[in-house]
Design a protein around this ligand. Sequence first.
Ligand code: PEP
Ligand code: MG
Length: 587
Amino acid sequence: MTFSIHGLPVSRGIAIGRAVLVASSRVDVVHYFIDADQVTAEIVRVRNGRNAVIEELQRLQAEMPPDAPHELAALLDVHLMLLQDEALVSGVKHWITQRLYNAEWALTTQLEIISRQFDEMEDEYLRERKADLEQVVDRILRHMKGVAASPVAAPPVAARRQPAQDLLLDDKVDVPLVLVAHDLSPADMLHFKRSVFAGFVTDVGGKTSHTAIVARSMDIPAVVGARAASQLVRQDDWVIIDGDAGVVIVDPSPIILAEYGFRQRQGSLERERLSRLRHTPAVTLDGQAIELLANIEQPADAAAAVRAGAAGVGLFRSEFMFMDRSGPLPDEEAQYLAYREAVEGMQGLPVTLRTIDVGADKPLDKSHKDTHLNPALGLRAIRWSLADPAMFRTQLRAVLRAAAHGPVNLLFPMLAHVSEIRQTLAQVELARAELDASGTPYGPVQLGAMIEVPAAALIVRSFLQYFDFLSIGTNDLIQYTLAIDRVDEAVAHLYDPLHPAVLRLVADVIAAGHAQGKSVCVCGETAGDVAMTRLLLGLGLRSFSMHPAQILAVKQEVLRADTRKLAVWAEQVLASDDPAAMLQAAG
Ligand code: PEP
Ligand code: MG
């Protein structure tokens, strides 16, 4: 029966496909696709894990003292029986061979399916066996952890679509797949980045959570904050994701499918039309040249930025290279090579490299949960870097070295205090001195500060004494100005880029920067929102950084704009206590 679930639209377009559920309860389980030639090894990994647990339980049984409670023996029997259950064994095998899930993912997927069957049982005793099943699966997972293969990036579509001998007999492999999960960490998203998924749905998350940002960078329809989606959707259900409206339609009727199929085709035609603007210079009707830059997460993204006609990279979120790693952070050489790859990939166009911004919704290691009460107000971004100067300087040296290969700007996240600015700049000096001492070549960099905290916006003139350029991180600036957790869907309705206080801060920063002849960019999600383009132009913004997929749509707005008229209108919007209504009235 058709039903729909409402969430927040985070990445536009329509996706139609079968649901792939990522088990929610076990966030520490890695999810990735294996290559077809790894199927047997993966099945063996689960089998070995299961056999180890069986042996463990049998040993416990054998060693049980005669006076042990009868219930304990019965419980061990039940666990042993569950472990040998055909539905578990054959189900896991199915997900590995037919869908190429890694062993842990296959195991938790099958657990979820059997759990639901338990939930539907009339008999209370049987219903309660679900907890036992979860325990045995946990035991298997723990046994497998020691011998787990390291996660690999999901294979590209082409590789996955290759017929893998007779393993992929199931024709379902060739239908589009959409991912449904309770939550996905940004690191999970990176694994899936070059995968087959046509769309995403998560139960939690806000519009500018980093999971949503990565979804947007993949340019596939996505809905977050869809509350119980991962409970209501079942493995393999047909699902429509409407990324424009933030709606997920489950088990659609043929009429609904036809309607959305039509809208999907309209969307592709619109994109095709926009692609003709790729080589058109971004100049307004009154002759103002506008810089349209790309936000990237990995060096390999540079290619998409160039393809989209970006004038450079306005924000390289370097922390994504540090996330989800087991073992130490990448050393100076590894970082240097990665930054150099991005710089060379941009073919002479500038790259703005932001130093590591971990913390809050970007944990370094997803198994390490941030236990601080308010992680967004805690040790994140520049605070984290300054707390570990040796690590910070490793990154700075790597960036300075990469700057020998092309134009590089160095950008610092979340500064709020002048003392932080001084410490940061002292570390840059020290990093240069270290490179000088070792005779290592490096290049010049422009230094920039992100304006992400209201305090920084309010003392922007002090910032301008120290920096060559500014970049407004509206995602955080909105979060901190309005005291709205950007990740929390419960307060997402209050997250408002058009709040007069936010607009006032943005306008003041742009004006202060320009008054001193310094460049000001907006690199938060508002820069890529076509509904905001005219207002930002009217406020004087001339540099926008966004996901490559949004560049052409924003360029279309730029080409239609007259900044002289927009400046007058923007003044009125700024003075209004209901800017949203004014934007709506302007159409
Ligand atoms: C921002 O806060 O607007 C920004 C660009 O940084 P991030 O989204 O990575 O926090
Ligand atoms: Mg930020």
